[in-house]
Ligand binder design. Structure first.
Ligand code: GLY
Length: 354
């Protein structure tokens, strides 16, 4: 088992290794004295792993209650959050009890937010079951639900007490789910580490899943240690997200988040004027990792989608732009210039045959 220690307002470990789901209770009991716990999962994950986690926690002395909700991105809303909080109250959880988030980003974000606000804050444990959640959303304490006006608009910073990533579970994911997470893995290489990017380039790293997840978590650890509350360098983690969110919106969410981020990274590299060989290298890497590279939507629709997010601050938008593999910069542009960026990226996509 590998351990990455996170230093933030609450310090905690991220445990990474095979077979950890069945040890999740014993591992949690080392950090949280056995108490009542609310095990939260969507109905798909609950069916797959809920019983195993419940047995492990019960065996370790926890009194397990369960909350399952319908699977889907659209469920990360105030209604599901309200149902979860009511279930916690009905089960008489107190401030000394714990929430266990078993699942991907939707579950982790929502259960984490419930833990942040219930009884003014109780502890929670993340057990990510997607690659994306393992390398990104389960670490760093961002919790939220979506509002009608935009994604993640109601939320809180609330660090987990422990993160347990069972890499056997991640390895069993369907190829499309793994590809979705691979976009975030490649993102770390583009942002911070050319040698790590090179390791990912042929898409043949799944045999090294534990080491790859550990590396991503180490890179995220450093970002969170420097900017836990997202007032500076944490913004780099949004590489590909402005373009990617616009693509996701234009597709009516049929394009997954990871797929959107993959095309978004490439568009950012195109718009930033990166050399052809670098853009083509990134495109090849994304394809080798099961991801598409072509944006199918016109600039006017992408611009409208990007600007519809009410969270955007004032008249400017900050883009994360690659300069080289392993090095990016932040660039604040007037929102009126965004259409020009999309145009430039799409023209370059045509020229390079992406
Ligand atoms: N997922 C981006 C962040 O944690 O800041």
């Amino acid at each position: 088992m590998r351990t990455v220690h996170i230093t933030a307002s609450t310090n905690y470990d991220v445990l990474i290794g095979g077979g950890l789901i069945d040890r999740s209770g014993e591992l949690s009991a080392k950090v949280v004295k056995p108490c009542k716990c609310m095990l939260v999962a969507d109905d798909t994950v609950d069916e797959l792993y809920g019983d195993r986690v419940q047995i492990s926690f019960t065996y370790a002395g926890f009194d397990v209650r369960r909350f399952a909700f319908p699977a889907g991105e659209g469920q990360k809303n105030l209604d599901t959050l309200s149902d979860l909080l009511e279930a916690m109250a009905e089960n008489r959880l107190t401030r000394t009890d714990v929430v266990v988030a078993l699942g991907g980003g939707v579950t982790g974000d929502m259960a984490g937010f419930a833990a942040a606000v219930y009884a003014r804050g109780i502890r929670f444990i993340q057990i990510p079951t997607t690659l994306l959640a393992a390398v990104d959303s389960s670490v760093g304490g961002k919790t939220a639900v979506d509002l009608k006006a935009g994604k993640n608009l109601a939320g809180a910073f609330h660090q987990p007490a422990l993160v347990i990533t069972d890499t056997d579970v991640i390895r069993e994911l369907p190829a499309e789910q793994l590809a979705c997470g691979a976009a975030e893995v490649v993102k770390y290489g583009v942002l911070y580490d050319e040698a790590f990017f090179a390791r990912l380039e042929n898409g043949d790293w799944h045999g090294d899943m534990d080491a790859v997840i550990e590396k991503c978590v180490q890179l995220k650890r450093d970002v969170v240690a420097g900017d836990e509350f997202d007032t500076g360098a944490r913004a780099y983690l949004n590489l590909g997200h402005t373009f990617g969110h616009a693509i996701e919106q234009c597709s009516g969410l049929s394009v997954t988040h990871g797929q959107g981020v993959a095309i978004g990274m490439l568009m950012a590299a195109c718009a930033a004027g990166c050399p052809d060989d670098m853009v083509l290298r990134l495109a090849k890497c994304l394809r080798a990792n099961g991801l598409k590279t072509r944006c199918e939507y016109p600039a006017d629709r992408l611009t409208a989608a990007a600007l519809s997010d009410k969270k955007r601050a004032g008249g400017s938008i900050t883009l994360v732009l690659p300069e080289a593999i392993g090095k990016c910069c932040l660039k604040k542009i007037p929102v009126d210039d965004l259409r020009g960026c999309f145009d430039a990226a799409l023209r370059r996509q045509e020229v390079l045959g992406l």
